[in-house]
Design a binder for this molecule. Structure first.
Ligand SMILES: Cc1cc2nc3c(=O)[nH]c(=O)nc-3n(C[C@H](O)[C@H](O)[C@H](O)COP(=O)(O)OP(=O)(O)OC[C@H]3O[C@@H](n4cnc5c(N)ncnc54)[C@H](O)[C@@H]3O)c2cc1C
Length: 391
């Protein structure tokens, strides 16, 4: 792995130390990125190991047993980059603990934080984030799941789908319509998986398997104290959580791309071809040049966005969208080139190059598809232009 990226000026020395320690730990713990066996069991084991080594403590703030006082975007990105370089499911397990509990860290009452977050950091509770619905994906505001208030209880009705960790999660952060049909009529709740009226109504497989499925809420009654933030603040909760984690999706893509680039280099230098090696062919060198430039450009965008949030304390709507979009699209190209360099081996089921090819694809769709990021970047830029920021 090209660790010169950790020299970027966006990092403190503590980040470089974190990167060094995690790299050593991941190298010792993950030898083969192609996992076998039941995916639920694999993910539970990943969570237990990440908790035991202390890495999950970066998913929650210091007052709830976290490693640092506040969620630190650069640490989250570094951890995801390094885990995804070695093992996609380790990164997935880490990310979902953070994303599923992020709304609690940012908006939960002191009681809710104390009740859930220390157990998230210790791997005793598994978290999930339930925003998407069958007819409300990219257009999340079209959600129809409702939470109707009766006294100090809310009654939930509706369906959430594409929910990662469905079936193994102990609790779900759920977004439901409480007030009206406007964007600001959505409220966030934390719902325990064993609440009567909540069922995992479907499990399905995606091309890079992880636990995922559909939740049905059929008069699922929860206490009003399970609400996150104020009524009608649900979109703010979702968007501020995604603000923290969006750049980290780019970091996962970066780790995948680095794994592919290293694999490509090993193969190209070893593969005899036309009296030399594959790496000696200039067309291969053009590919290697492009792959590494894409990797460095991705790192710059990701860590700029993370630094802006951590150090400047700014909203990173535009820079995180750029980082997520560029890094995931670039990683797809890098990973495809790695398959090409491997020839037939690159499409052999169970080969790490083929595994990466499956692992990267969904990143261009979830947490805002590339087209959504394009629109976000354009709208922010038009707003800046109208304010005269760019003239
Ligand atoms: C592996 C995986 C894990 C996921 N995990 C979770 C989770 O844990 N929790 C959760 O809540 N959700 C999760 N999701 C859901 C994810 O967020 C949605 O899939 C995503 O928001 C896209 O919604 P959709 O699938 O309904 O596609 P649609 O909304 O139907 O979009 C289809 C396509 O339309 C295009 N598009 C979108 N907007 C525009 C536009 N303005 N102009 C032109 N084209 C456009 C994009 O290419 C997009 O891919 C997951 C999805 C996947 C695949």
């Amino acid at each position: 792995m090209d660790d010169t990226l950790f020299d970027l000026p966006f990092f403190e020395d503590s980040h470089r130390e974190l990167a060094r320690e995690l790299t050593t730990w991941a190298r010792d713990n993950y030898r083969d990125r192609v996992h076998r066996g039941n995916v639920d069991d694999v993910c539970r084991a990943r969570i237990a190991a990440l908790a035991q080594a202390g890495w999950l403590r970066y998913c929650v703030p210091g007052n709830a047993g976290g490693a640092l006082a506040k969620l630190d975007s650069r640490s989250l990105c570094l951890i995801r980059q390094i885990l995804s370089y070695h093992d996609g499911l380790a990164d997935f397990s880490f990310a979902m603990q953070g994303l599923g509990s992020g709304p609690l860290s940012l908006f939960g009452s002191a009681e809710l934080q104390a009740q859930y977050l220390p157990d998230v950091a210790q791997g005793r509770l598994i978290a999930a984030f339930a925003l998407s619905e069958p007819d409300a994906g990219s257009d999340a505001a079209a959600m129809t799941t409702r939470a109707v208030r009766h006294g100090d209880k809310y009654h939930l009705h509706g369906i959430k789908t594409w929910i990662s960790n469905a079936g193994i999660a102990d609790f779900y952060t759920v977004f439901a319509r409480t007030e009206n049909d406007a964007v600001d009529g959505v409220t966030a709740f934390v719902v325990n998986a064993n609440t009567p009226g909540l069922t995992v109504s479907e499990r399905f497989e995606v091309c890079a398997p992880h636990p995922i499925g559909t939740l049905t809420f059929d008069d699922c009654v929860i206490d009003a104290s399970q609400r996150l933030g104020e009524p009608g603040q649900g979109f703010k909760v979702a968007m501020q959580t995604l603000d923290v984690f969006r750049a980290s999706v780019g970091a996962t893509a970066l780790g995948f791309a680095q794994a592919a680039a290293d694999m490509a280099m090993d193969r190209a230098q070893q593969r005899p071809m036309f009296g030399a090696t594959l790496a000696d062919q200039q067309i291969t060198q053009a590919a290697i040049g492009d792959m590494h430039t894409d990797i460095h450009a991705s790192a710059l965008l990701i860590y700029r966005a993370a630094w802006q949030r951590d150090v400047l304390g700014q909203r990173t709507t535009k820079s995180a969208a750029m980082a997520k979009m560029f890094a995931t699209e670039a990683a797809q190209k890098v990973i495809d080139r790695n398959v090409q360099i491997h020839g037939g081996l690159g499409v052999k089921v169970g080969h790490p190059a083929e595994m990466l090819y499956r692992e990267i694809r969904a990143l261009r769709i979830y947490e805002g598809a590339t087209e959504i990021q394009q629109v976000v970047i354009a709208r922010e830029t038009m707003r800046e232009h109208a304010r005269g920021d760019n003239t």
